[in-house]
Write a protein that binds this ligand. Structure first.
Ligand SMILES: [Zn+2]
Length: 326
């Protein structure tokens, strides 16, 4: 963090959000590097934040930031294998198990925040050089809507990516990021290192993006938080939606068009016991992981109840007391 703050010092100030304990650790690390303790505030603005205020604070600060630095690293020691699936038919691809998440679900969810706040073009991705191929592959191979297949010499099909869960599919949004900057070993601590020299140009690209007119008028960050019984313009298409039971910031995938949320208990009462126990027919996620809705603003008892699985992004419909994929 300190190396990044120093690298961008001539362009701007690094804003960090975290608990008080991390602030103290940062201050002592600043001193260990021989820096004058009184100067840290010139490089880093530290915003103390409790866990309960995290999502609200992150929305506010992303909205206000000119550039967002997104560090992608494996949650465990290394990223899980990203081997493209080779299958005899498309049907078998969709029967294959989903890949384990490549990094923390919280970080991946924040990519959705960046998108909702119109900040992908202001984002610079940072990762280790040895992991950069994996990160690039994950960003480019998977699309939010389409999976490409190629026919192999043996006449089977090779999928563009393994089956990815909804959090990993957020990485596709970073195709429009301002740049990917990598570092090697001690690069971060070496002044005028390759990382140092390559970070600044990418940050400048991100800063130029702040003046770009947005194609879709975005709602303010406050609108993207919490639940409300009244219609609000919401992503991905800025149409009016009533999301009155779930907090918007907890949703990874909001359906398009005018919609009104159907409470989970009400939707569950429309399912037979077996279907309710099974959950999502595509990934097996439990019923509370599904977002139920009707495709208009006022709910009529005869309306079809649709669902969007927040775990695998499958589109579902309740029909004859069971959930079917549509
Ligand atoms: Zn699912």
């Amino acid at each position: 963090m300190i190396a990044i703050a120093i690298a961008v010092a001539r362009i701007g100030k690094l804003i960090l959000i975290g608990p008080n304990t991390d602030r103290l650790a940062l201050e002592s690390h600043w001193e260990e590097r021989g820096q004058d303790p009184s100067t840290m505030g010139n490089f880093i603005q530290y915003i103390e934040c409790m866990h309960s205020e995290w999502k609200q604070t992150v929305h506010r600060e992303i909205d206000a930031a000119d550039c967002v630095l997104l560090y992608i690293a494996p949650k465990m020691e290394k990223f899980p294998l990203l081997k493209p699936a080779e299958v005899p038919s498309i049907l078998e691809y969709y029967d294959a198990p989903f890949k384990k998440l490549s990094t923390g679900a919280g970080l991946l969810h924040e990519i959705a925040y960046l998108d909702c706040l119109g900040k992908i073009g202001n984002t610079v991705v940072i990762c280790r050089e040895r992991e950069s191929n994996y990160v690039r592959e994950l960003i480019n191979a998977n699309s939010l809507d389409l999976i490409f297949f190629t026919v192999t010499a043996g006449n089977s099909l090779r999928a563009g990516s393994p089956r990815l869960l909804a959090p990993d599919r957020q990485l596709a949004r970073l195709q429009a990021a301002a740049g990917i900057v990598t570092f090697v070993g001690d690069d971060l601590d070496a002044p005028r290192s390759r990382f140092d020299r390559s970070l600044r140009p990418s940050v400048k690209v991100a800063l130029r993006h702040r003046g770009t007119p947005k194609r879709v008028r975005r709602p303010s960050w406050q609108v993207l938080l919490g639940s409300s019984p009244t219609p609000r313009p919401l992503p991905p298409d800025n149409q009016l939606k009533i999301i009155s039971h779930t907090k918007v910031e907890d949703l990874l995938h909001i359906p398009r068009g005018e919609i009104a949320e159907v409470p989970v208990e009400q939707a569950q009462s429309q399912l037979n016991r077996r279907a309710a126990r099974k959950g999502c027919p595509t990934c097996g996620a439990r019923i509370p992981k599904l977002f139920f809705y009707v495709d208009r603003l006022d709910i009529d008892p005869d309306d079809n109840i649709w669902a969007k699985c927040q775990n695998c992004m499958a589109g579902l419909l309740i029909e004859d007391r069971v959930l079917i994929e549509v």
